[in-house]
Structure formats: C-alpha cells, structure tokens
Design a protein around this ligand. Structure first.
Ligand code: PLP
Length: 397
C-alpha cells in the first residue's frame, strides 16, 4: 500500500535520532514553563524581549477584537485590508526607516513572497548556505538558478556573481543566522549588490527588536540605515518578523515604495490568503511601539548574553564542545554527534533545564548542537542555573 513506506521511513528517522517530538506546554510563553506537569526552565523560545505576555499587547489584542471582530473575512486585495492593517504598515515603515511596508501573516509567507516576485527563469539567486529554510523554499518556487555560497564567504560569492550570465541577480541572506546566531556581512553584501546590480534581500527575523537604535534591527546595527545612499536604495528589501522579539506573530517586508507596490500586485502568498485578524494588527502596532521604547530590555538581554558566554566558555573548553561566536540572543553549543546532542539535552532536562537539541537537516551533518535562546525575561540566577546544570552533565561526547 502506498502509505507503508512511510512507516519504514519514520522508523529509520527514529534510529538516526532525528525523530522530533512536540511538547505541550501548560503555561504561557515564559522562562518558567510546565510541560506534562513537570516544571522546566526554558531556553527554547524566541521571545527575546519577553513581550509575549506584556499587558499592553494583551490589552491591544482584546480591544482590537472588541472593535474589529475576530476575522478579516477576505484577502487584502478583496475586502480584508482594514484600517489596523494600514496603520500598522505606516508605523512599521516609519520605525524601520524605509519608504513603505507590506505585512504578511507569517515570516515564512513573507519570504515566499519576495524572491518569486523579483526573479524567475533565466535569473539567478545567490544564497548563503546557512540561510533559513523559508528562503530556500522561495528560491525553488521562483524557478531561478540556485547558487549557494559557503557561509559568509564573500570571495566565493563575488566569483559566482562575476561569472553569472543571469539576466537578473538576487543576493539572499539571513541577517542573524538562526542556528548559529552570527551576523551576515551586510555592508559588504550591499557593496557587491551595487557592483553587480543585484537585489539584496535580507531576512532579519532575529535582529528586529533586538539590535540597533530603537530595535530597528541588523541594518541599523551595521550602520547601513544611517548612510543616506543605502537607506533609500531600492535594491534592498528587508523582511522582519513580529513573532520573535515582537512577542506576537506576523511579518513585514520593507522597501522602496514602487518595489512594495510590485509585491502588492504580484506576491502570491499575499494575494491568495486571508488577511490576518485586524485585532492582531492592533496588537502588532502596539508591539512596534513597545519594541521602540525597550532600550532597557535590550540592555538586560545584552547583560544576559555576556553572563552566559562568560560562564559557558570554560565549560565548553573543558568538555570539548564549541560555543559559537555570537553576539545575538542565539547561543549555540556545538556537540557534534546527533546522539550526544540528544542525550545532553536529556541530561539537562532531568535537571529542569529545557534547551532544544538541533540536528540535521536543520544544521549540517556532524554539527548537532544545543541552541540556547536568551531573553530579557531570564534572570541572572536562571542563567546561572542553566550553566551549573551544563557543567554537571556527565554526557561528554
Ligand atoms: C522564524 C524565522 C522565519 C519565519 O518566520 P515566522 O514568522 O515564524 O513564519 C523566517 N526566517 C528566519 C531567519 C526565521 O528565524
């Protein structure tokens, strides 16, 4: 029967320690969680500023629902584009410092929109090897030639750009890489985009709200927003999400107004889907206000990152693990082997600490890791607890 091969494939998956299991939480998104009645201290969420339970967001969602109802009722181009969506677009554009924004239900859908709208057959996409899966899927949808370059390797990228005879070129990159936490060389990528007349599409899911002046993200952090020439360059498109530091869900694409208008007209994952609930747009607008005003939370997050790195480094050296070079909230410890990563995560869990083990195909084979996500909502004491659990684990690789 046609489905029987699935059972075998699932069993293979388990044997390779690749089978994922979902855990059901009995608590909201916060560091102290309860999973199957068991209390766990979580380092697994992307709620970097701890806004997911902010009373202002909850109130905006409630009041938005009172005023605008539950659903938008249609897609944006039919009758689902409501005032809260419009207000949100404007406040995002003003905050990020771009001409115009368009919003999407999720970051995945936003990424699926951009690349296929800009390039197609006969064109080429230059894609960092460690880019997020949604960017890779977008390249496949676009039918453009897919040229992957080694992680952050500008020499190889330049070589590929120089030798490409594609009609149109597009450089695609995460700003902060989601499994390593390191940052892309955005200034250099912009120079190459200028030199070879390419689009530059930047996914800042992990930088928005976390880095830069007023949390404007990685472009601001790298100084790209402050130079006049680049902030108005129509070749840059910036994707940001509101489900990580923003504490809710949803995403936006920022760019030159004619480029954004093109997305409104052409982006299939915008056109052929119901607009997100207007109440959500009300809460997302409030999230933008909160992210802007959260310098104090960003300072706490930076302090937590410093503490984590200072305390984790000697333990990693001692155990033969690698603490990845990262200034972001994503702090991975590479263990190597799949089974070792899983048993290390299990040992931590037995000590009440929840850190996800990340395995291939999410990361390259042989680089299985623990991925700590830090938040401004973690206390100094909670980080110390995680560190002492880590130093006490017996499962060296
Ligand atoms: C989380 C993430 C996305 C997807 O965003 P969602 O809003 O969760 O769909 C896209 N790109 C990167 C780099 C991400 O980390």
């Amino acid at each position: 029967m046609i489905w029987e091969s699935l059972q075998t494939a699932l069993e293979d998956h388990s044997r390779q320690h690749l089978r994922r299991c979902r855990r059901t939480l009995q608590t909201p998104c916060r560091p102290e969680t309860r999973v199957n009645g068991e209390p766990l201290l979580s380092f697994a969420s992307n709620d970097y500023l701890g806004l997911a339970n902010h009373p202002d967001l909850i109130r905006a969602l409630q009041e938005g629902a009172e005023k605008w109802g539950a659903g938008a009722g249609a897609s944006h181009l039919v009758s689902g584009h409501m005032e809260p969506h419009d207000v949100l677009e404007h406040s995002l554009a003003q905050w990020i410092g771009f001409d115009r924004c368009i919003t999407f239900s999720t970051g995945y859908l936003a990424n699926l929109a951009i690349t296929p709208a800009l390039v197609g057959r006969g064109d080429a996409v230059f894609d960092d090897r460690l880019n997020h899966a949604s960017l890779i899927d977008a390249v496949q949808l676009s039918r453009a030639e897919h040229l992957r370059y080694p992680h952050r390797d500008l020499n190889v990228l330049e070589e590929r750009l120089r030798h490409s005879c594609a009609k149109r070129k597009l450089i695609l990159t995460d700003a902060i890489f989601s499994m390593d936490g390191d940052i892309a060389p955005l200034n250099e990528l912009f120079k190459l985009a200028e030199q070879f007349d390419a689009w530059l599409v930047i996914d800042d899911a992990h930088g928005i709200g976390v880095l830069g002046e007023e949390g404007r993200g990685s472009l601001d952090y790298c100084g790209l927003l402050s130079t006049k020439a680049t902030s108005i360059s129509p070749r840059i498109l910036l994707m940001g999400t509101l489900g990580k530091a923003g504490g809710i869900s949803g995403a936006f694409v920022a760019g030159h107004s004619s480029v954004i208008e093109w997305l409104v007209q052409k982006a299939r994952s915008y056109i052929f889907t119901t607009a997100s609930p207007p109440a959500l747009a009300c809460a997302q607008g409030e999230s933008v206000n909160l992210m802007k005003r959260s310098d104090h939370l960003r300072e706490i997050l930076r302090r937590n990152i410093r503490q984590f790195r200072t305390q984790a480094l000697p333990i990693c050296d001692d155990k033969g693990w690698t603490l990845v070079e990262s200034d972001s909230a994503i702090q991975p410890i590479i263990v190597g082997d799949n089974a070792a990563a899983v048993s290390l995560a299990q040992a931590l869990k037995e000590q009440g600490i929840w850190v996800p083990a990340i395995r291939p195909p999410t990361v390259p084979v042989g680089s299985a890791r623990l991925r700590f996500s830090l938040s401004a909502s973690h206390t100094t004491d909670q980080i110390s607890r995680a560190i002492s659990a880590l130093s006490g684990t017996l499962c060296a690789p």
